[in-house]
Design a protein around this ligand. Structure first.
Ligand code: FAD
Ligand code: SF4
Length: 335
C-alpha cells in the first residue's frame, strides 16, 4: 500500500474543500478518494489497485438519513448504511425492490458498514482488475483486457466493448435504476443532479471512466420519485450460492397492472450488463399487454436481443431471460 494522507470531514463543505486540493487526473497522478464504509476502497488500496494521495473519511457526515419528500418520494443520504436503508419503514413499505436488492448483497457485516454512496461507486469484481500483475484497460488504460481471452464467466454480455467486458456488480444499483433514482452530487463548483441511467457510463474506449462523477465531486444523496399508485416491485437474484455472492443474473421490476393489462413497467437487469441495465425496449413490449407467460418470454427475448456472450458466459443469456420472466410474473401477480 502507498503512503497517503487521511483527513476526517465532519461536514460536506469541509469534505469538498479538502477534495479540491488533490482532484483526480492531475498530470502528476495525485488523487483523492472519499472513504465511507471502506468495504471496497480499503481492499483495493491493499491490492495497490487504488493508490490515492489523499483519503477523506466521510463516514461521520450528517448524511445518514432517509426522509420523505413533500409531495411524494424519498431522499436517501449518501452515508446511510445499507442495512439501515433496507430496513427503513419507508423503503420497506414503498420501495420493496430496493430493500430486497440490498438484503441480497454481501453479508450482514458488510451491509452494516457499506453506504449508499459507496455502493453506487463500488468497482467491478473482474479478477484481472484486482490483479496488478495482469493487463487491464480499466486499471491501466491502454494495457489490454485480460478477460476477453481469459476468465470471463462472471462478466458482462450487454454493453461491452473491445476494451472492457466488466460487469457492474451492485444489486442496489439495479433496483435504483428500475426506480428511476436521481444521484445528487456537490463540489466546490456547485451542485448537480444526475439521472441514474446517465450516472453509469458504457466502457467504450475509456473503461477507466465508470461514472459521470467529476474529480472532487461528492455524492450527497439519492432521491427516488413517488411510487406509482398500485405498483408492485420485486428484485430477484440468481448466483452460484445462496448468500454472500454476486449476481450472475438479476432483475428488478416495478409494475402496475390495471384491468388485466400492464399499465406501468420499469425493468433493470443486473449481473449481465457493464452498467445496471435498463431495458426500455422490453418495457415497451409489455405496455398495454396482458401479464402472461407468452408476453414475458417475448419481453425477455427483447431485453437480451443485443447480448454478446464471451467464451465462458453464454449461459447468462438464458439465465437472464428466465430471471426476468420469473420476476415479471412475481411483480404482476395481483394480491
Ligand atoms: C466479500 C464481499 C462481498 C460483496 N458482495 C456484494 C453483493 O453480493 N452485492 C453487492 O451489491 N455488493 C457486494 N459487495 C460490495 C459492497 O456492497 C460494497 O463494497 C459497498 O457497497 C461499498 O460501500 P462502502 O461505503 O463500503 O464504500 P467505500 O469502500 O468506502 O468506497 C467505495 C468507493 O466509493 C467512493 N465513495 C464512497 N462514498 C462516496 C460519496 N459519498 N461520494 C463519492 N464517492 C464515494 C469511494 O471513494 C470509493 O472509491 C461485496 C463486498 C465484499 C467485500
Ligand atoms: S474486463 Fe475490464 S476490468 Fe476486466 S480485465 Fe478487461 S478491461 Fe480490465
Amino acid at each position: 500500500m502507498e503512503l497517503f494522507q487521511i483527513k476526517r470531514a465532519t461536514d460536506v463543505m469541509q469534505a469538498i474543500e479538502s477534495a479540491r486540493r488533490y482532484p483526480d487526473n492531475q498530470p502528476e497522478g495525485a488523487s483523492t478518494r472519499f472513504l465511507a464504509g471502506g468495504t471496497t476502497l480499503l481492499d483495493l488500496m491493499k491490492l495497490d489497485v487504488e493508490r490515492p494521495t489523499q483519503v477523506i473519511d466521510i463516514h461521520r457526515l450528517p448524511l445518514d438519513r432517509v426522509e420523505a419528500i413533500d409531495g411524494g418520494g424519498v431522499t436517501i443520504g449518501a452515508t446511510m448504511r445499507n442495512t439501515d436503508l433496507a430496513n427503513h419503514p419507508l423503503i420497506k413499505a414503498h420501495y420493496p425492490v430496493l430493500s430486497q436488492a440490498l438484503l441480497s448483497g454481501a453479508s450482514a457485516q458488510l451491509r452494516n458498514m457499506a453506504t449508499t454512496g459507496g455502493n453506487l461507486m463500488q468497482r467491478t469484481r473482474c479478477v484481472y482488475f484486482r490483479d496488478t500483475a495482469t493487463p487491464c484497460n480499466k486499471r491501466e488504460p491502454g494495457s489490454g483486457c485480460s478477460a476477453i481471452d481469459g476468465f470471463n464467466r462472471n462478466l458482462a454480455i450487454l454493453g461491452t466493448s473491445d476494451h472492457c467486458i466488466a460487469t457492474n456488480p451492485s444489486d442496489m444499483n439495479v433496483a435504483m435504476t428500475a426506480l428511476e433514482a436521481t444521484v445528487h452530487v456537490e463540489s466546490t463548483q456547485g451542485k448537480r443532479s444526475i439521472a441514474i441511467d446517465d450516472f453509469f457510463l458504457l466502457p467504450g474506449t475509456t473503461p477507466e471512466r465508470e461514472t459521470a462523477l467529476n474529480p472532487g465531486e461528492l455524492i450527497t444523496h439519492v432521491t427516488l420519485p413517488a411510487p406509482t399508485p398500485g405498483s408492485r416491485s420485486v428484485y430477484l437474484k440468481l448466483r452460484d450460492r445462496a448468500s454472500y455472492e454476486f449476481a450472475l443474473a438479476s432483475a428488478a421490476v416495478v409494475a402496475t397492472v390495471s384491468s388485466g393489462r400492464i399499465e406501468h413497467i420499469r425493468i433493470a437487469l443486473g449481473g449481465v450488463g457493464v452498467k445496471p441495465w435498463r431495458s426500455r425496449e422490453a418495457e415497451a413490449s409489455l405496455l398495454g399487454r396482458a401479464p402472461d407467460a407468452t408476453t414475458f418470454q417475448a419481453a425477455a427475448e427483447v431485453a437480451l436481443r443485443l447480448a454478446r456472450p464471451q467464451s465462458q458466459n453464454g449461459f447468462k443469456v438464458e439465465l437472464a431471460m428466465r430471471c426476468l420472466q420469473h420476476t415479471l410474473k412475481l411483480a404482476t401477480q395481483t394480491a
